[in-house]
Design a protein around this ligand. Structure first.
Ligand code: ATP
Ligand code: MG
Length: 349
């Protein structure tokens, strides 16, 4: 083998690269192992078959290659999303023609790289940029909203008492409604402020089990409303993590609430703890048997204001993510087939 042959051989065997070689009849002349794996194809079944047949089920706008490739169309750094049965890949693709020594086109090649992790990193950076901006706006306006609310609330309480003394029940009920609504606005503003920068954060060694045990009655109350069963699977010898008790509660509550809300016809919410000794994390899995999250939604659920609920703010998960990231942890979601699992991982020392 000469050097050139060795080089092309190495190219096809490279575990990071997807390579397709295409002949003039638009048939697959060769394919690398990694490409087979990413595209979920079996080499023996597709060699020397027409690419039109191999990718017959893929809509034309999602095709990796077009026949025009053989006419000399050069593609550089083309980003494509590819979903095989199990996984989604973000691919960065180059393609061009192969010519013989006279300059006649004899075939074409396609090379692609899996950039899924890079893409999600990029998205994370964009997301935190956007969060920082929202945070700045929020911090500026939140206080301006809260101050007038405090005086409105104060005077309403005076009215309420006055109505009570005069037996004006109807009016008293109106003020009750108004006070409740003000509390809701306040809660929303507080959530906004958390987005900007959590105040009074008190990091201390904490046992996640203890936080969860304290939460179970509250989550249980919420679950009953939705006819949902709650299972809590504690684990022994879980090490302490450095975290803020109140913020951690907020995270568990938000994620559990989402799980419960995803099961309007009842179901089971399972909270389980485990220790990941390899990554040195304490992990809490929160699983629901709800409808699951569709593929096209799952990328957006951590975005601020993304909601599919009529009365949702869409801030729940973005606040959770912020809190957990600040503790050095991660929050991940898996939704395959039946139900959804959120995994919250917090590092221990
Ligand atoms: N367990 C789940 N099952 C199905 N979908 C979910 C689940 N958790 C989150 N989602 C989806 O993610 C979206 C965003 O969730 P997030 O908690 O950020 O906001 P929200 O629940 O819509 O509003 P809020 O938390 O302010 O009430 C939800 O609207 C829902 O579509
Ligand atoms: Mg929510």
């Amino acid at each position: 083998m000469n050097l050139l042959q060795r080089f092309s051989d190495a190219f096809l065997k490279d575990i990071n690269l997807g390579v397709l070689l295409i002949n003039l009849d638009y048939q697959l002349a060769d394919i690398s192992d990694r490409a087979c794996q990413m595209l979920a194809l079996e080499r023996e079944h597709i060699l020397n078959k027409s690419l039109d047949d191999i990718f017959a089920t893929v809509p034309s706008q999602h095709q990796l290659v077009q026949r025009s490739l053989l006419n000399g169309a050069i593609v550089r750094n083309h980003a494509v999303s590819w979903t095989n049965n199990q996984e989604r890949f973000d691919l960065l693709l180059d393609s061009s023609v192969l010519k013989d020594s006279q300059g006649n086109i004899v075939g074409a090649y396609v090379i692609f790289k899996d950039v899924t992790n890079m893409r999600s990193l990029e998205q994370m950076v964009q997301r935190s940029d956007r969060l920082a901006m929202i945070g700045q706006i929020a911090a500026g306006t939140a206080h301006e909203i809260r101050n007038p609310l405090t005086s409105i609330k104060g005077f309403l309480q005076v009215f309420r008492r006055a109505f009570g003394e005069r037996d004006m029940c109807k009016e008293q009920n109106f003020t009750d409604v108004m006070l409740e609504e003000i509390d809701r606005i306040n809660a929303l503003v507080n959530e906004f402020l958390l987005l900007s920068k959590p105040r009074h954060v008190a990091y201390e060694p904490i046992l996640v089990s203890e936080v969860l045990r304290g939460m179970v009655p509250i989550i249980h109350n919420e679950a009953i409303l939705y006819n949902v069963q709650l299972h809590y699977e504690a684990s022994c010898h879980v090490p302490e993590v450095i975290a803020d008790n109140e913020l951690l509660k907020q995270v568990f509550l938000n994620v559990c609430k989402n799980g419960i809300e995803a099961m309007p016809d009842g179901g089971v919410l399972t909270i389980s703890e485990r220790v990941d000794t390899i990554e040195r994390n304490v992990c809490v899995d929160i699983h629901d048997t709800g409808s699951g999250i569709p593929m096209f939604v799952i990328d957006k659920i951590f975005d601020p204001f993304f909601t599919t609920k009529d009365t949702g703010t869409g801030l729940g998960l973005s606040v959770c993510q912020r809190i957990i990231h600040d503790m050095g942890g991660t929050i991940r979601v898996g939704s395959k087939g039946f139900g959804t699992t959120f995994t919250i991982s917090i590092p221990y020392t």
